[in-house]
Design a protein around this ligand. Structure first.
Ligand code: GLN
Ligand code: ZN
Length: 762
């Protein structure tokens, strides 16, 4: 029986690649120096996997920025707008072209936009979206994959397994950039190049190649299914002497099972962490001779594997297929895991014993094999750790479980229907038509960041720190009054991050020192870890909200992060359904909402930036998710009296397919991102006759550009054509923390003027 890995984190155990990339972009190191860093990371990764005893070790999984962009370069899928870059950057041209595609190019009189970036299936990793045109050609553009295989081979011999995004997923995850064709039809032109690449790797001595085809777990059209059949039967016809592994992950194959197991390849990888139940379906249909790679180690979370559970799955596969036909593997690439638990020096040792990062997961893979080969000690050690977590008082709080179990539909429903509440809000707040507000954060300047850093290091006392934050808050409130905003915010200067800030104050969360995961390019995130039942031991935001409210006569919004967003941006428990964890968080937020109301805060915003990204990949699974996600928001929002106005905020712009669920959240006011789509997405709300109040963002906060009054007034007029004017609010697309003060001030002054103009026209 073989073991394998599908991919390893490439940012480096100390985020060396992030730092080197950023230095290279800033012109502070040479290309050779950057390449050196990359070489070291790759070699360290390969050695780590070799030492762990993995049989098939990925290569070409390294990337300076993104593996899909690597594939675009490999296949010569380079949008025309980058041609001028090539003539400008002679010396290093390939990598500079590559970075230009990833990040855009503004130099030497050129101003070329970056390629679009989007989430890699349901992960928080972002890839660079391939751009296709109708007459798209494919040609071998770089030799990177061959060079990479050569260096891996030197170190790993026949264990080196090149990894490449498969041809069908590569097309499906891209985008048509002109009308008149479907990208799936490009498969006929693309496959010959894949065949050439695979044959060349074979000549170099590769025994295996891994083709990642995550799209096999999506809802596929007939044409897309045929593309899979066509691609792999052509490859089978023209390639021999190298074994092909097709890797799927993040969901079950479901109705694509028959298609997947009948592809003429040597091995199929399935994710049995996300969907262990698919093993039976796969085993029922698998033809003789196809090897099955069983993904039993969770590549997307931080928990120690439960060997007993995994062994059940492996043994089931073994008894049907025999040991020559089963490969033990992680569920997906370990790219999505933090790198090494050994760097965590401050974790509670009891909890640390329940955890595994990428390096530890490699050990788990080989231990599972050793256990099957007869090592009983490893199994009993693992059992002890799993037991200790299962029974620990640090994880289980009966009071929290009881409270979730006792939630009633009434807890998730406001006392009166929206029209009654709206009337009360009108009488209470007496806001003008087109009330103006902002989404919460104001610029997090270097001064503010330094303040927090100094406080953390102990260079400032709590009093000094609080005084400085108070001053920033007061200044921001004065300024908001001055320019005439109607509903004020405190600016969120006391917050490092909208999830971390709450995680730090809720029980059941822990924070790692070095648990970084690549988000995109050189950007890494360090998600909190939810390890136990979540509860709220004390007020979290009341102190700052009441301080802020006391500085002004205008309404001051209280600012909270919603339960789904907190869940979505954390590593979550795998010992209970996500729904349970979310409801626990929801109760904590609910208590905070009620505490704010008691403290006199009349308007409370619960941000749910991540509801959409939690959507299951398969359409059939979405309603169930949306029910509990929306339900959790409602639990958080419904503890208050009718007179309290609940806002929510969502910074994305696709609502078409989920509009009824957004409406079911029943927020009194929702603010959304619309400026870049020119209010187009409001159509979904108009069509649905969305009944509650809504603030479609009138300017894009992602860029320093200052929009003019006329421009925003025109957007408002457009919005008023689509929705009742009395329901409209005026606000930016999102929080302002990434902006600088000068552009923020200029833009908001114009925004307030635009609202005044709109008022004159109704
Ligand atoms: N209240 C948050 C802020 O303004 C919302 C951020 C977000 O939605 N991403 O920063
Ligand atoms: Zn936002």
């Amino acid at each position: 029986m073989l073991t394998q890995n599908l991919g390893y984190p490439r940012i480096g155990s100390q985020r060396q690649l992030k730092k080197a990339n950023e230095q290279y972009w800033a012109g502070k190191i040479t290309l050779e120096e950057l390449k050196d860093v990359a070489r070291q990371i790759k070699e360290e990764n390969w050695k780590t996997q070799l030492d762990a005893g993995i049989d098939l070790i990925p290569c070409n999984d390294f990337s300076y920025y993104d593996q899909v962009l690597d594939t675009s370069l490999l296949l010569g899928v380079i949008p025309e707008r980058y041609s001028p870059v090539l003539s400008q950057v002679k010396a290093n041209n390939e990598i500079d072209l590559y970075f230009a595609m990833a990040r855009g190019y503004q130099k030497d009189g050129l101003d070329i936009t970056a390629m679009e970036m989007t989430k890699w299936l349901d992960t928080n990793y972002h890839y660079i979206v391939p751009e296709f045109k109708a007459n798209q050609e494919f040609r071998l553009y770089t030799n990177n994959i061959f060079n990479e295989f050569e260096s891996a081979q030197k170190l790993l011999g026949s264990k080196a397994k090149p990894v490449l995004v498969g041809p069908v997923s590569y097309l499906l995850l891209g985008k048509e950039k002109e009308k008149g064709f479907e990208r799936a039809d490009l498969i006929k032109k693309l496959v010959p190049l894949y065949i050439e690449i695979i044959n060349r790797l074979k000549q170099q001595g590769a025994e295996w190649i891994q083709l990642d085809e995550p799209c096999l777990v999506l809802d596929l059209s007939k044409k897309e299914k045929e593309a899979f059949e066509y691609a792999y039967s052509e490859i089978a016809k023209q390639v021999s002497g190298i074994k092909i592994l097709v890797a799927t992950y993040f969901d079950a194959l479901l109705d694509n099972t028959e298609l997947a197991v009948n592809l003429p390849v040597n091995a199929l990888h399935v994710d049995l962490v996300r969907t262990p139940e698919q093993l039976d379906e796969v085993l029922a249909l698998i033809p003789t001779g196809l090897q099955l790679s069983v993904g039993v180690i969770d590549g997307r979370n931080v928990w120690k594997n439960d060997y007993e559970k995994s062994l059940n799955l492996i043994n089931k596969a073994l008894s049907k297929l025999g040991s020559n036909n089963v490969i033990i593997a992680p569920s997906c690439s370990l790219l999505h895991s933090p790198i090494d638990l050994a760097f965590e020096t401050a974790l509670d040792p009891e909890i640390m014993n329940w955890m595994a990062f990428a390096k530890q997961k490699l050990t788990e893979i080989s231990e599972l094999k050793q256990i099957i080969d007869g090592n009983a000690v490893l199994l009993s050690v693992n059992k002890k750790a799993i037991e200790s977590r299962r029974l620990s008082g640090k994880v289980h709080k009966q009071a929290v479980k009881d409270r979730v179990a006792a939630i009633t539909p009434g807890d998730a429903t406001r006392k009166s229907a929206f029209p009654v509440r709206q009337q009360l809000h009108h009488e209470r707040f007496k806001l003008p038509a087109f009330p103006t507000t902002t989404i919460g954060s104001f610029p997090q300047t270097d001064d503010i960041r330094q303040l927090r850093a100094k406080y953390k290091k102990g260079e400032l006392t709590t009093e000094q720190y609080d005084k400085a934050i108070e001053q920033a808050t007061i200044d921001t409130i004065r300024w908001q009054e001055e320019i005439g905003l109607d509903v004020l915010v405190h600016g969120e200067f006391e917050r490092n991050d909208m999830v971390e800030y709450f995680g730090e104050q809720l029980d059941g969360f822990l924070f790692t020192k070095n648990g970084w995961v690549q988000s995109y390019g050189s950007r890494c995130v360090k998600p909190p870890v939810i390890y136990g039942d979540v509860s709220r031991p004390a007020d979290m935001t009341v102190r700052w909200s009441t301080f802020a409210a006391a500085q002004t006569n205008r309404p001051m919004k209280g600012m909270l992060t919603g339960p789904v967003t907190i869940l979505q941006w954390s590593f979550v428990r795998d010992d209970q359904p996500r729904e349970q964890t979310t409801k626990q968080i929801a109760l904590g937020i609910r208590d905070e909402v009620v505490a704010l109301e008691k403290a006199g805060i009349g308007i409370i915003q619960i941000d749910e930036a991540a509801i959409r990204e939690g959507l299951p990949l398969r359409k059939a699974k979405r309603p169930q998710y949306l029910n509990w996600a929306v339900g959790s928001f409602r639990i958080a929002a419904s503890g208050v009296e009718d007179k309290t106005q609940i806002h929510t905020h969502m910074c994305y712009s696709e609502f078409n397919d989920i509009i009824e669920h957004i409406a079911a959240m029943d927020a009194d006011v929702i603010t959304i991102e619309t400026s870049r789509s020119q209010m187009e997405l409001l159509q979904a709300f108009a069509h649905f006759e969305y009944p509650n109040e809504i603030g479609p963002g009138v300017y894009d906060i992602h860029s320093p550009r200052v929009p003019g009054t006329e421009e925003m007034a025109a957007l408002l007029a457009k919005a008023a054509d689509l929705l009742p004017a009395r329901n409209l609010w005026v606000n930016p697309d999102c929080g302002l923390k990434t902006r600088k003060w000068p552009e923020t001030k200029a833009a908001l002054i114009n925004m307030v003027k635009a609202a005044q103009q709109a008022r004159e026209h109704i």
